[in-house]
Design a protein around this ligand. Structure first.
Ligand code: DX5
Ligand code: ZN
Length: 223
């Protein structure tokens, strides 16, 4: 399967969230990425359960919820209840990573762990078998529109090798500063899912940008 594109709602015009979801529904995007921030784990506050429940009612894509919150163990079931297909939480935000993964799965969703730029990718190796998704942050979480940190490419390669060596199906998602200028390099490194906020929603033609991101590298597959 070719790579997946996950536009991030954080970069949409919040006066027109419904229109943003419709655009994503009609596009070649595979997932919709939803960033939840608590103002403690990250220095910003975004949106929470009520918005996600409302989006679920109209969204036809896979709902990919990225929790940037302290103590995710207190909330993960609520986000599954709101309609998340994937729930990712930060390794740095809890002492009980393995347990929170099990909580998410028992509640009926796929589980993901996100890691900040300073966190070694090997930190997820002990729980890799329990994960459907690893979110590699390629910016410091909290804000859209930041520059991609290129050191991330090495982390993606290392993780991909480990996933292949263990014969797992865990997906690698890359989040932050992703756009048409660097998507190919990120995919070459081994990413399966590209999150794209500003590069999609701030572009002149968001649907076309999604299509371009989606078809990158497709030509190579013919040979
Ligand atoms: C950052 C969020 C990202 C953000 C990406 O903390 O986790 O998902 O929406 O936005 P861009 O693509 O603009 O860097
Ligand atoms: Zn995110």
């Amino acid at each position: 399967m070719s790579h997946r594109i996950a536009p991030s709602l954080l970069a949409a015009d919040f006066n027109h969230i419904g229109d943003a979801v419709t655009m994503v529904n009609e596009s070649q995007a595979d997932w919709l990425h939803l960033d939840v921030m608590d103002g403690i784990f990250v220095p910003n506050i975004s949106f929470g359960q009520p918005i996600i429940s409302a989006v679920k009612k109209v969204c036809t894509k896979v709902m990919d919820v990225h929790l940037m919150i302290e103590r995710p163990e207190l909330y993960v079931e609520q986000f599954v209840e709101c309609g998340a297909d994937y729930v990712s939480f930060h390794l740095e935000a809890t002492n009980h990573v393995h347990r929170v993964c099990q909580q998410i799965k028992s509640a009926g969703a796929k589980s993901g762990v996100a890691i900040n730029p300073h966190t070694p990718v090997q930190s997820v190796f002990e729980v890799l078998e329990d994960l459907d998704l690893v979110v590699i942050m390629s910016v410091n979480p909290g804000f859209g529109g930041q520059k991609f940190i290129y050191r991330t490419l090495e982390k993606i390669r290392t993780l991909k090798e480990e996933i292949i060596a263990r014969n797992l199906n865990t997906l690698i998602e890359v989040d932050g500063g992703v756009g048409l200028h660097n998507a190919e390099k990120i995919l070459e490194a081994g990413a399966d899912v590209l999150v794209a906020g500003s590069s999609v929603f701030k572009s002149d033609d968001p649907k076309l940008t999604i299509e371009r991101l989606k078809t990158i590298g497709i030509g190579n597959l013919q040979f």
